[in-house]
Design a protein around this ligand. Structure first.
Ligand SMILES: C[S@@+](CC[C@H](N)C(=O)[O-])C[C@H]1O[C@@H](n2cnc3c(N)ncnc32)[C@H](O)[C@@H]1O
Length: 349
């Protein structure tokens, strides 16, 4: 759905600023930090202590937080204000009048977990679960948060990687958002039945309309908590998530891995795509990003022994592997800012 002309122009400026931040300011700051630290820091904490009063770091950090803030919350041209002005159009689109929707099961009685209600994640005002406009707000925001990647690029590449592990037929995508992660799975596995589950009804409604527009007949959505999905034991041969684990408190990560294990048939795979810093400077950047983007659990997730958590849940052949969201992105000399994407995977014996 198009935003009005002024909002579109403002959001294009936000996109340009994000590109400047990632492609020009970040390399300048990283080189400056390297010189100041005398090489790789011993730890994220050491880098933080050495750089916290540094003006270039202050500029880098301020811009990271405030580009995102303006994108969502500018009183006139922010995404929240803009979609709120266009409620009628939002509701018309969500009714799926022309193309209908793919099967969608909502649960108005579902309890939204406390950890989720407590934080305006990503600085998204009011979070994603309340207002029908929020699926559109989140979708529009996602366009600029991963600079230089095309609309479905990360998720298409992830689906291709998953394909190299097997020709899966019963696929569950946990925390599917507005369907950006689920759609590529449905396209890559046309013979499979693909189910996306998610807490946010506004996101699911948008996902279901877009699934119908894309004429995906092997796709369905359901409002469910991935910590206790209510789905039957051993009903999937693949359980995925993308960018879900880092949004959960640590005890809930154990719960979601146990739930993944329960839902899988023997021999099935759990493949969760998320972030994992590869060195101490990256860990410093991730800690700062977590604070600046209202990611309450991201720093804990970055530090946790994820392979041990998979093993505790019963998985074997566990791997935590860097994932290239675009060609060359995991090369050590890749010059621009990026999330350190990683695949967290394990097989149910
Ligand atoms: C960063 S988004 C990623 C969405 C999608 N997978 C993608 O990559 O575009 C994380 C999603 O997980 C959902 N989520 C968080 N906790 C959840 C839970 N306990 N059960 C189901 N979904 C959850 C959020 O609502 C959000 O849509």
């Amino acid at each position: 759905m198009q935003t009005d002309r002024s909002t579109t122009a403002f959001q294009a400026l936000i996109g340009d600023m994000r590109n400047y931040w990632a492609k020009e300011l970040y390399p300048a700051f990283a080189a400056h930090a390297q010189r100041k630290l005398g090489g790789a820091p011993d730890s994220a904490e050491q880098a933080e202590a050495a750089l916290q009063d540094d003006p270039l770091y202050g500029y880098y950090a301020w811009l990271e937080r405030h580009i995102q803030r303006m994108k969502y919350s500018h009183p006139d041209y922010g995404l929240k204000a803009s979609f709120a002005r266009n409620r009628a159009e939002v509701e018309a689109r969500l009714s799926g009048r022309d193309g209908g929707t793919v099967p969608l099961q909502l649960d108005p009685a579902m309890e939204i977990p406390q950890y989720y209600r407590d934080v305006d994640i990503h600085q998204h005002p009011g979070n994603l679960a309340g207002d029908d406009i929020d699926g559109f707000v989140y979708q529009a925001s996602a366009l600029s948060i991963h600079p230089n990647t095309k609309r479905f690029e990360v998720h298409d590449r992830f689906a291709d990687l998953v394909r190299s592990y097997g020709d899966f037929r019963r696929i569950l995508d946990m925390g599917c958002g507005f369907g950006k992660s689920t759609t590529p799975l449905a396209r890559t596995f046309p013979e499979a039945e693909v189910l996306g589950i998610e807490l946010s009804a506004p996101c699911l409604k948008l996902a279901a309309v877009e699934g119908a527009e894309l004429q995906l007949r092997n796709l369905a959505y359901r409002q469910a908590d991935c910590l206790r999905s209510g789905l039957a034991d051993e009903s999937f041969d693949l359980v995925t998530s993308t960018q879900l684990l880092h949004e959960l408190p640590l005890p809930e990560i154990d719960t979601v891995l146990a739930e993944s294990f329960r839902l899988l048939q023997p021999g099935g795979w759990a493949m969760h795509l998320d972030f994992r810093s590869r060195h101490t400077f990256e860990a410093f950047l991730m800690r700062g990003h977590a604070q600046r983007n209202n990611e309450a659990f991201m720093a804990d997730f970055d530090r946790m022994d994820a392979a041990a958590a998979f093993a505790r849940a019963g998985f074997v052949d566990v791997e935590v592997t860097p994932f290239a969201e675009r060609e060359g992105a995991t090369d050590p000399d890749y010059p621009y800012w990026r999330f350190p994407w990683a695949l967290f995977a394990g097989r149910k014996p």
